[in-house]
Ligand binder design. Structure first.
Ligand code: FE
Length: 221
């Protein structure tokens, strides 16, 4: 926990404690130090204490708690021990050159440094390399939680819309296995695994390449 977060929490506790003390004074109830409203029998809780507790809840609700990125099926083509690379593109590779950038965040919206990301995908014809490691690679986020993947937009294969598989793991956190999708692909609506929350935000460039962004929100413990 950073000092600033710790200080905010402490200030909140102090504020809450003062609220209880003030309310208790109004109601003529003595409250031992450290005794919170929740520990008092319901019938003895003065109205003012309830008000104070509501204020605390309002403060708590302003804290940014983000939903975890949706998990998706791994599929049959994951391989362990992918190379550590951020560029999956090889000479002569077909497909639209795509640079994906984003951050790995925790549920408070804070960047996760040194998070593991392992990408794997089909080529532009919809085929996976299951004998080697073409279009497979892992990397780690930088100090600000950023990652960059240079790749090509994958093709369709039977039963699936275009997608990139990925595993994401904060240091000491659980592994998130999910998939990223491309906007404007007709097959998205016919793919039962597709979910709009996993859509890349894509910008097309004049030179025929494209840039995309996606931020992951993962559990950190
Ligand atoms: Fe797949």
């Amino acid at each position: 926990m950073t000092p600033s977060i710790e200080r905010k929490r402490w200030n909140r506790v102090v504020r809450f404690g003062l609220g209880i003390a003030a309310a208790a004074a109004v109601a003529g109830v003595s409250v031992a130090p450290g005794v919170l409203a929740q520990t008092m029998p319901a019938q003895t809780v003065p109205v003012q204490v309830t008000t104070s507790a509501s204020t605390l809840m309002t403060v708590g609700q302003t804290t940014s708690v983000q939903s975890l990125t949706l998990a998706e099926t791994e599929g049959p083509y994951y391989k362990t021990n992918s190379p550590e690379v951020t560029n999956l593109v090889q000479d002569g590779m077909q497909g639209t050159l795509t640079t994906i950038t984003g951050q790995v965040l925790d549920q408070n919206g804070q960047p996760v440094a040194n998070a593991f990301l392992d990408f794997w995908q089909a080529n532009a014809s919809g085929a996976y390399d299951n004998s080697g490691y073409t279009l497979r690679g892992h990397q780690y986020t930088d100090a600000n939680g950023y990652y960059t993947l240079t790749t090509i937009q994958p093709g369709l294969y039977p039963g699936r819309t275009e997608h990139i598989h990925v595993k994401v793991q904060a240091p000491n956190g659980p592994v998130l296995t999910t998939q990223l999708f491309f906007p404007g692909v007709a097959q998205n609506s016919r793919d039962s695994i597709y979910d709009p929350s996993l859509l890349l935000s894509v910008t097309s460039n004049a030179d025929g390449t494209q840039n995309a962004t996606f931020n992951f929100v993962v559990a950190t413990a």
